[in-house]
Design a protein around this ligand. Structure first.
Ligand code: PMT
Length: 398
C-alpha cells in the first residue's frame, strides 16, 4: 500500500530506539522506502548497520558527510520525503525542534522538511510530565506537527507510568493516515465562510471586528485534506489561500450574502465561521467625514446569511458558529433552532485561547438532536478536524 512513499525515520537516543528497527521493517514490508537518520545518542542504543540491513539503505548520521552520498543530506532527504517520522523522540529532540535548534543532521533535516512531521515521544514519566516538555509539545502542535502520544506502562528505568513509546501499530497507523489520507469527503461540495466583513462609513473608515480568518481557513484546509471540493468565501484577511480551495473574496456582508446564496444550490455542506457584521451604516458618505461634521452614525441591519440558508435548505448540512461572551448555551441553542442548523460551534470569548485572532480555540458543539460535546483548548486546525469529523457523522460517512 505504501509503494512509492518515502519515509524519513529519525531515531533519537532512548532505550525505545530498538523498537524503531521493527517500525522500519513495517514500512518496508508495506512497500515504502525508508531512509533512517540517527542521532549520535541513538547509535549508543542500536547500530546503524541494523537499520541499514532492515531498510536496505545507507543510514544517515553525519551532517558533514552529505555531498558524497545524497546531494546535501539535510536538503535532499527533506525534499524527497512524504513523511518525516521521529520515533522515539526524546525530550531533548522535542526541545530542539520547539526552539528551532539545528545542530545535527536530524534537527537540520526536520527544519528543511515540507512534508508532515509525526513525533512519537518516549521518555521517563517525570520527564514527560515536566512543564517544559509539555510546553514544547504544545508549541510543536500549534506549528502543525502531529504526535502519537506515549502510553502508560513499565519503563526501562524501573518506574511505571506515562512516557512509554506508543505501540508500534498505533505509530504505523498514524503514519499511514498521514501518508494515505482517507479521502472520505471526495465528491462532497463544502462551502466555508471565514474572516470579518467590512462595512464602509466613508471612503476611509469602516465597521468591522477582530476576526482573522484563522478558524475558517483551518476548516477549509481540514476539508481539503479529506478530499472535499472546497469553496472558501473570505472576508478581508491577510492569510494565504489554503492549497486546493476555490477562493471567493468579498468585503461586505451584502457581498458575502450574494456570493454564498448564488453558490448554495450546488453545495452539500456550509460552515459559516465568518464573523459577519450585523449592522452597516445606513448611508456611505462619498467624502471623508470631517472631524467637526455630524458624528451620529445611523445603522441598518445586514442580511442574516445563515438564517436565509436555513430557510432555503433542501438537503444541505448547515453548521454555524456562535461567538458569545455570556449565556453561551442559551444563545447557541437559540441560533441553532432559529437558523435551522445541524450543528452550532459555540466559542466562549471569555475563555483564554478562544475566539478571535488566536491560534487556538475552545468550543462546544450543540447538535440538532440535542447532543452536546465540549472540546478542550486545541489548535484551530485540530478543532477544524473535529468539526469535519462531526459533519461526516451527520452525513453518515463513516
Ligand atoms: O477568524 P478567527 O480570528 O479565527 O476567529 C474565529 C471566530 C471567533 C470568528 C469564529 O470561531 C466564530 O465564532 N465565527 C462566528 C462569529 C459570529 O458572527 O457569531 P454570531 O453569533 O454573531 O453569528 C452566528 C452565526 O450566524 C455565525 O455562523 C455567523 O457566520 C452567521 N451570521 C451572522 C450574522 C449575519 N449577518 N449573517 C450570518 O450568516
Amino acid at each position: 500500500m505504501l509503494s512509492g512513499k518515502q519515509v524519513v525515520l529519525g531515531v533519537t537516543g532512548g532505550i525505545a530506539a530498538y523498537k524503531a528497527v521493527e517500525l522500519c521493517r513495517l514500512f518496508i514490508k508495506d512497500g515504502a522506502t525508508v531512509r533512517v537518520i540517527m542521532t549520535a545518542a541513538a547509535k549508543q542504543f542500536v547500530t546503524p548497520l541494523t537499520f541499514q540491513t532492515v531498510s536496505g539503505n545507507l543510514v544517515y548520521d553525519d551532517l558533514f558527510a552529505g555531498s558524497q552520498r545524497y546531494t546535501v543530506d539535510h536538503v535532499g532527504l527533506a525534499q524527497g520525503a512524504n513523511l518525516f517520522l521521529i520515533a522515539p523522540a526524546t525530550a531533548n529532540c522535542l526541545g530542539k525542534l520547539a526552539a528551532g535548534i539545528a545542530d545535527d543532521l536530524l534537527s537540520t533535516t526536520v527544519l528543511a522538511a515540507g512534508c508532515p512531521v509525526l513525533l512519537a515521544p518516549a521518555m521517563n514519566t517525570k520527564m514527560f510530565e515536566n512543564s517544559t516538555v509539555q510546553e514544547n509539545i504544545d508549541k510543536l502542535t500549534l506549528r502543525g506537527y502531529s504526535f502519537v502520544a506515549p502510553v502508560e506502562g513499565e519503563l526501562a528505568c524501573g518506574e511505571s507510568g506515562g512516557g512509554r513509546l506508543a505501540p508500534l501499530d498505533s505509530i504505523f497507523a498514524a503514519a499511514k493516515s498521514l501518508l494515505l489520507p482517507a479521502l472520505e469527503l471526495r465528491g462532497v461540495r463544502l462551502l466555508v465562510t471565514a474572516g470579518p466583513t467590512r462595512e464602509a462609513i466613508d471612503p476611509v473608515r469602516y465597521l468591522t471586528n477582530h476576526s482573522s480568518g484563522k478558524m475558517g481557513y483551518a476548516i477549509a484546509q481540514a476539508a481539503v485534506e479529506q478530499g472535499a471540493e472546497v469553496t472558501l468565501v473570505s472576508g478581508p484577511v491577510t492569510l494565504p489561500a489554503p492549497a486546493g480551495v476555490r477562493m471567493v473574496r468579498v468585503t461586505t456582508a451584502q457581498e458575502m450574502y450574494a456570493a454564498v446564496l448564488s453558490l448554495y444550490s450546488e453545495i452539500d455542506v456550509v460552515v459559516k465561521a465568518a464573523a459577519v457584521a450585523d449592522y452597516r451604516p445606513a448611508t456611505v458618505q462619498e467624502a471623508k467625514i470631517k472631524k467637526d461634521g455630524d458624528m451620529a452614525l445611523s445603522l441598518v441591519r445586514t442580511p442574516d446569511i445563515l438564517a436565509e440558508l436555513g430557510k432555503r435548505k433542501q438537503n444541505q448540512v448547515l453548521v454555524g458558529f456562535a461567538a458569545e461572551t455570556d449565556n453561551l448555551r442559551e444563545n447557541a441553542l437559540v441560533k441553532l433552532a432559529r437558523k435551522n442548523l445541524e450543528l452550532i460551534v459555540a466559542n466562549d470569548l471569555t475563555e483564554d485561547g478562544a475566539g478571535f485572532n488566536t491560534d487556538t480555540n475552545v468550543v462546544k458543539f450543540y447538535f440538532k438532536d440535542g447532543q452536546e460535546k465540549q472540546l478542550p483548548r486545541m489548535p484551530k486546525l485540530a478543532v477544524a478536524r473535529e468539526i469535519i469529523r462531526e459533519i461526516k457523522r451527520i452525513m453518515n460517512i463513516v
